[in-house]
Design a protein around this ligand. Structure first.
Ligand SMILES: [Zn+2]
Length: 125
């Protein structure tokens, strides 16, 4: 477990997270593909919003369970509340300071076939 900080592009939204980078997951669903989101799911006590609560806007679609929060100024999605674990926070590894996603062993999640993929063992649990 490592404590790291991250932000959106303009820097209004900043956060701190404590997590294990061995659990990073890439998802091929419709929105993750377009966002380029790299997932790191943590319990809320391992996440702290440092600044930018008033800069966050939320996008919802389909079941409406996931809350896709993003910075209203720069449009970047630094973290959100995922459909798979609505009691947790899903951090975008690409928004972490000093973390090279290319250096990580990234797990795959078949979000295009969400129900089927969730019925199997998922990489982040
Ligand atoms: Zn921003």
């Amino acid at each position: 477990m490592k404590t790291m900080e991250g932000s959106c592009h303009c820097g209004r939204v900043r956060f701190r997270v404590t997590a294990d980078l061995a659990r990073v997951t890439d998802c091929n669903c419709s929105i993750c593909t377009k966002k380029g989101f790299l997932h790191l799911i943590v319990p809320p006590e391992q996440f702290e919003l440092i600044s930018g609560a008033d800069s966050l806007t939320t996008y919802r679609f389909n079941t409406g369970t996931a809350r896709h929060t993003f910075c209203a100024t720069c449009g970047i999605h630094p973290f959100y509340v995922p459909r798979s674990d609505p009691d947790k926070i899903d951090v975008n590894v690409r928004c972490l300071d000093g973390v090279d996603p290319e250096a990580l062993a990234v797990h795959r999640f078949d979000g295009r076939n969400w129900e089927q993929a969730m019925s199997e063992r998922v990489p982040w649990r």
